[in-house]
Design a protein around this ligand. Structure first.
Ligand SMILES: [Zn+2]
Length: 125
């Protein structure tokens, strides 16, 4: 144990100080423009996906990237409605068919309610 504790590095051989400027990952500076005219840059890792908006460092408003790329509507997928999902599975012709089927069943049920009791009852009465 004691021997292990004494085994160290030689004085002055290695530096434990971080060389802060040597091993930085590649970066990109992205400029943002705020609607109130403030411009600032935010450093991102080179491979990072740059967000289209950033909170303004001066006033807190939503700033957009100064490259002129407005966040396009095409990038944001509109939420699918129930109707959209339905139309992915069925065509209008299919739906007409299903509707006709359901209506026939509903009308049939209504007809049965209004109609006289079943023949088996009629005979005994
Ligand atoms: Zn601002």
């Amino acid at each position: 144990m004691a021997e292990r504790a004494l085994r160290g590095t030689r004085l002055g051989a290695t530096s434990y100080e971080n060389d802060r400027n040597t091993d930085l990952a590649p970066r990109q500076e992205v400029a943002f423009d705020c609607p109130k005219g403030h411009r600032f840059t935010v450093p991102f890792a080179a491979e990072a996906e740059v967000p289209p908006t950033w909170e303004c460092r001066v006033c807190g408003a939503t700033a957009t990237t100064a490259t002129g790329d407005e966040p396009t509507a095409a990038k944001v997928k509109p939420p699918r409605s129930h109707w959209d999902m339905l139309m992915e599975r069925r065509s209008v012709a299919d739906l007409e068919e299903v509707l006709a089927e359901r209506l026939a069943i509903i009308r049939g049920q209504r007809g049965a309610d209004i109609a006289a009791p079943p023949a088996s009852h009629r005979r005994s009465a």
